[in-house]
Design a protein around this ligand. Structure first.
Ligand SMILES: Cc1cc2nc3c(=O)[nH]c(=O)nc-3n(C[C@H](O)[C@H](O)[C@H](O)COP(=O)(O)OP(=O)(O)OC[C@H]3O[C@@H](n4cnc5c(N)ncnc54)[C@H](O)[C@@H]3O)c2cc1C
Length: 335
């Protein structure tokens, strides 16, 4: 267990003051031990994976941060056309996408190159290019802090929705997800694909749609517009897309505003809204609106959360003034 570790070193936005205690968890038994330690010392606990969707605040965290490094992937069962896989929650999602694509399993290949751990995937129901974890999740194993034991939670009980689940809403802070079980099909996706992936497929004349080929295409598309967290500080998409009802979507389409169907919901892309305000590529308070994808906020030189908050306010106000939508931040704050 380390003391006074900067949260900026544990999160991809690279902001945030010191956490009082930080512990890497490499074995399941350490989870219960860490919560016992926290309880005895009356400390709050925060679970961190790769830190790509968490923002540290200047005041830091007066508690225990658990950095999840649980590893291991196993095939639970297999039939002629389906396979069930269980992955320890500290595995990187991209590694799992590689593991499954190599074996010809479809279901998560379009989520390749999302930076983050497997355990965080159900928390905000990660998704990209038409796939989301909700479509393949069987359930999770999780340490329940209120019962002091590890139990199984069925996918239906995780209540996955657009960037939400029980883990980041009603039951936030209650569970440490230790493993994730998914069911994939043997086979491949069929065109048409998600817009930008489809465009890449057409431009490059691709005819191989195997999970590995789609994984490679998605990785190439993402590399062209999304920052690599190892090189550039960001939390990826900084705002959630705006969810609108059918009537609003229809009205907006008539007015020439783009809406998309995402997992059964009408959404207006926040990146497009920001772009329309003319802020794409602009830098203020040390934060830059990415010139490749306006939904992404890059930390160029901000050293404090206050800088980020000021930039967020300006962007949000500009969108509100032009369109009347209040943007909602996607990354959560470590508090
Ligand atoms: C460049 C870039 C691109 C991105 N692209 C996408 C994208 O295409 N689609 C998308 O959906 N997201 C995307 N993201 C966001 C992010 O990668 C995902 O949210 C990812 O799932 C976060 O994983 P993590 O391990 O970093 O979680 P963290 O950021 O460490 O944690 C996120 C939340 O999950 C909780 N949590 C983490 N692990 C556990 C656990 N084991 N048990 C309980 N709670 C836990 C944390 O407490 C926190 O509240 C992107 C981010 C970046 C920086």
């Amino acid at each position: 267990m380390q003391e006074n570790v900067l949260i900026s070193k544990l999160t991809t936005m690279r902001l945030g003051g010191p956490a009082r205690y930080v512990q890497e968890v490499t074995e399941p038994k350490q989870v219960a031990e860490a919560y016992d330690f926290a309880r005895k010392n009356s400390l709050p606990v925060y679970v961190l994976g790769y830190g790509s969707n968490v923002i540290g605040r200047d005041e830091g965290f007066d508690g225990l941060v658990l950095v999840n490094k649980l590893k291991g992937v196993e095939t639970v069962s297999e039939t002629g056309d389906e396979v069930v896989i269980k992955a320890a929650s500290g595995e990187m999602l991209d590694d799992l996408c590689g593991f499954t694509a190599e074996r010809g399993y479809t279901g998560i290949e379009a989520m390749s190159a999302i930076p983050g751990t497997v355990g965080a995937a159900p928390v905000q129901n990660v998704g990209a290019y038409g796939q989301e974890i909700a479509n393949v999740l069987v359930g999770v194993s999780a340490y329940d802090t209120s019962q002091g034991r590890t139990l199984w939670i069925d996918a239906a009980d995780c209540q996955l929705g657009y960037r939400r689940s029980i883990f980041n809403t009603t039951e936030f802070g209650r569970y440490f997800i230790t493993a994730v079980t998914i069911k994939l099909r043997k086979g491949q996706l069929r065109p048409p694909f998600y817009i930008s992936l489809q465009a890449f497929v057409e431009q490059n004349g691709l005819t191989d749609f195997s999970p590995m080929a789609i994984r490679q295409a998605v990785t190439a598309v993402r590399a062209g517009k999304l920052p690599d967290p190892k090189q550039i500080a960001s939390s990826g998409s900084f705002f959630k897309n705006v969810v609108v009802d059918d009537a609003t979507a229809a009205k907006m389409q008539r007015e020439g505003v783009r809406t998309y169907e995402e997992g059964g919901r009408n959404t207006v892309p926040s990146g497009w809204l920001i772009e329309q305000t003319g802020l794409k590529g602009k830098e203020f308070h040390g934060m830059r609106v990415s010139d490749k994808a306006a939904l992404i906020l890059i930390n160029e030189s901000a050293h404090s959360y206050a800088d980020l908050a000021a930039a967020r306010q300006e962007i949000s106000d500009a969108v509100y003034k032009k369109f009347g939508f209040r943007l909602e931040q996607e990354p959560v704050e470590l508090a």
